[in-house]
Design a protein. Sequence first.
Length: 274
Amino acid sequence: MSQMRPVQVIAVSGGKGGVGKSNISVNLSIALAELRRRVVLLDADLGLANVDVLLGLKTRHTLSDVLEGQLSLMDVLVDGPAGLKIVPAASGVQRMTMLGPREHAGLINAFSELSDQVDILVVDTAAGISDTVVSFVRAAHEVLVVVCDEPSSITDAYALIKVLNRDHDLQRFRVVANMTRTPREGQSMFNKLNSVCERFLDVTLQYVGHIPFDESVRKAVQKQKSLLEFAPHAKAAQAIRELAKEVDKWPLPSAPTGRLEFFVERLLQVANQR
């Protein structure tokens, strides 16, 4: 693990299910790949993976094979749209949700193979605030929190941020509002979350935009295609491309902590604390 180039590691999370987190992870990754970035998308929902389902991909191998020592991480990578590379998780494998320190370490160390082949690693976390979710988010350089216009979405996003701030000292979060009816609605969602965070937590939230409600998203899911492939000119697709342009401007982490091996080492450290 000797590469010196910084790698942007972005964890996409939301606290609860149903906010469109995986859809944003998939389409944002594709949009970044369209910008000629070398992007790897990690499906980190180790119990109920769905990135491959969203894209209609046939995955013969998963992270389970890596954990069992049967294959390398490079062997399980799947090609996605626009040159995107995907690391499929193991859907429905119960033990994947209860990794021991040694197994977790084996999984994490496998990522050293990617160190010279990636500019951006997008981590699509599971819903909730399990140990695994917290581990991946803590190890990332950037945290993108997805919210939608449901009271439980704001409540659960706050719970996630609270755990990460009070228990693990994370202080900066980016927020995107999904499935909005108007730009004002997206700003309102952020204001609600930001207000309660400012009152009770020592954090800085940055609003990075909104993704409008678009019927094309549902149709793309039904067709098992990414939105950017299925309806490239849809309002939501255009908004995701604008988000990708903003993400591409985020400052790279400074060396040495900006290298991919720091993500690996930090995630390993977190795993060993469980």
